[in-house]
Each structure stands twice: as C-alpha cells, then as structure tokens.
Design a protein around this ligand. Sequence first.
Ligand SMILES: Nc1ncnc2c1ncn2[C@@H]1O[C@H](COP(=O)(O)OP(=O)(O)OP(=O)(O)O)[C@@H](O)[C@H]1O
Length: 345
Amino acid sequence: MSIEVENIHKQFGSFTALNDVTLSIPSGELVALLGPSGSGKTTLLRIIAGLERADSGRILFNGEDTTEHHVRERKVGFVFQHYALFKHMTVFDNVAFGLNVRPRGTRPSKSEINAKVMDLLRLVQLEGLAQRYPAQLSGGQRQRIALARALAVEPQVLLLDEPFGALDAQVRAELRRWLRKLHDEIHVTSVFVTHDQEEALEVADRIVVMNKGRIEQAGTPDLVYDHPANPFVLNFLGNVNLFHGRLNQPGADQHGADENAVSYVRSHDIEIERSPQDSTALKAEIRHIQKLGPSVRVTLAIDATGEFIEAELTRDVFKNLGLQQSEQVYVRPRQVRVFVEDYQI
Ligand SMILES: Nc1ncnc2c1ncn2[C@@H]1O[C@H](COP(=O)(O)OP(=O)(O)OP(=O)(O)O)[C@@H](O)[C@H]1O
C-alpha cells in the first residue's frame, strides 16, 4: 500500500505543528520520520493513522483519499513506545486479540486463529513464550509481542512511534536489526518515528528529516548523510563543526560570497597533525580530551579565530599521536561543506 501525504497542515491553537507537509511513500518501503522533539513526527504519524485530523491537506492510501475513512477502515497496525499489552492476558491472547474481537462473520475459526498466532510468534522468535504474561517478559520481548499483535490483523500499513524508545541501548540496537530483517520478510509499508539518527540510518529505506513542522529533506540514508540539503540535516546526522568564512580546502564547493559562507566539517572528518603538512592546516590548542569507549573526543581552540571545534578520533589514532591537554597542534578538515549564510542549528 503506497501512502501519499499531500500538503498537510496542522495547528494546535496558535502553534503550527505541521506546515504544508508533502511526502510520497512507495508500497513496501520502511520509512523513518527523524527529527528533534516537537518537530511534528508523532502528529504526522497520527494523521496518517487517522487518529488525528489535519486542518487541510489529504492522505491517500493507494491513491484513494482516506480523509473520511475511520481508523479501523484504514487497516493500520500500531506499535507505540510504551508497549500497550494487556496485562491480564497471556502473550497468546494478546496477539490473538485483534482477531478475537472481529464480528462473527469475519472472525477466523479457533484453529485458524491458533495457527496464525503461532506463526506470528515464530516470526518474532518468541514461540516458546505463548503462555506467559507481559510482566514475565523483558522490555525487548514485549515490543516484539506488540509487533506480532499489530501484524495479526494483516495491516496494509504499519506505524511505529519510537518503538524502541524505552529500551536500553543494547536491546535497542538488537531490535532495530531485527526490525529490518522482519521488514525484509514481510514488506508491509512501514513508517516509524525516531529521534535517533543511528536508528534511522541503520533501519530505514528512506529517511524523512523533520524540523519545526516541515520536511527538511527526504531521501535514502546515503543521500541524507552524504549530501545533506542544508546545515540542519548535516548537524542532525552527526556532530558538526562550524567555521565562519570559507576554509581553504580543495574539496569545498565554491558558490556565494566568502563573507557569508560558513564551512561545516563533521567531527570525524577532522585530522590532527603534530606539524603542518601544508598551508591548509590550522593551528590550534587542545582544550579538552574525553574518552568515549572506542573513540576520543578532542576539543580544540583555533588560533586564528578563537573558535572551538571538536574532533573525533579513534583510540588508535589518539594513542599514536600521544595528545595532551594544552598542546599546540594542527587541524586539517578532511571534508568541508560550505553553505552560504549562517543557518541556525
Ligand atoms: N494535542 C495537542 N495539543 C497541543 N499541542 C500539541 C498536541 N499534540 C502535539 N502538540 C505540539 O505539537 C508539536 C509537535 O508534537 P509531536 O508530538 O508531533 O512532535 P514529535 O516530533 O513527535 O516530538 P517527540 O519526539 O517529542 O515526540 C509539539 O510542540 C507538541 O507540544
């Protein structure tokens, strides 16, 4: 089922939550809505679901206007951050719920429901837990059951709102790989909300970067990461440093007047040298060193401008350089992106 979001506008009082949002989601795609808190991701998801009404604009499913369609008619499956499993029901009954509550005419037989639930439990790799209650499951297991329950009614569209948001980092990472694999098996058009760029980059076919109720850029993970449309997208998909003025660097694009140019360099694209290899290196002083597991974040002050920047090095590179606080070094930006005019990020 393809989804077309056409010129959606949503106001809460005087606050504009969505401002003319247009988006096309091809059938079978897994799309991430990525953006900071308050950017309108959940509101857009709720409007697609039919849980919220837009002030203007349309949502089309397979080319058909859904505006007058009730949530139930839209054949949407939901998974939310706080696994809303029924506590008093077993895992089996939770997954079977959507089928059991169907009117008699359309309800599958008991044995069909049984077979379907067991299939779904196998799909989410929890077939051994059918008789447990939600309280006897881990957070990650509950989310997988919530997914199985959402899939039981064979939704045409699956909507996930921060599905792994309440879980710890390791379980999150595991579940997102698992979600990707699951999607490759079942290919249901899926939209998931996240504010975690790593999650979006790893899981999604396409990322829609949102900010202040608007779409800043939509594209494949490679496109938004390698060719960010603007500084907001660049900054949201990785730590970035600003240099006012144009850096003397061969890779930089050369549009616009220099006095309005701001150069942006990702932290891991900054190299540190003990002595300058050529005139493009900038003299700097090490102000702070912070070790973060496999990487080391080095804060430097650029001599010429006093600007602070951050470089992210691997532990090996850091060790080989033998860097110390307050030392004078040289920094070399590896990949520079220049956007004309300062942009608030
Ligand atoms: N029912 C409502 N009444 C008033 N304001 C609302 C309502 N729902 C959302 N908002 C506001 O609209 C804005 C967008 O909210 P939304 O939940 O869509 O953002 P989000 O990007 O999903 O953020 P988060 O990541 O924090 O969930 C927020 O500023 C929020 O306070």
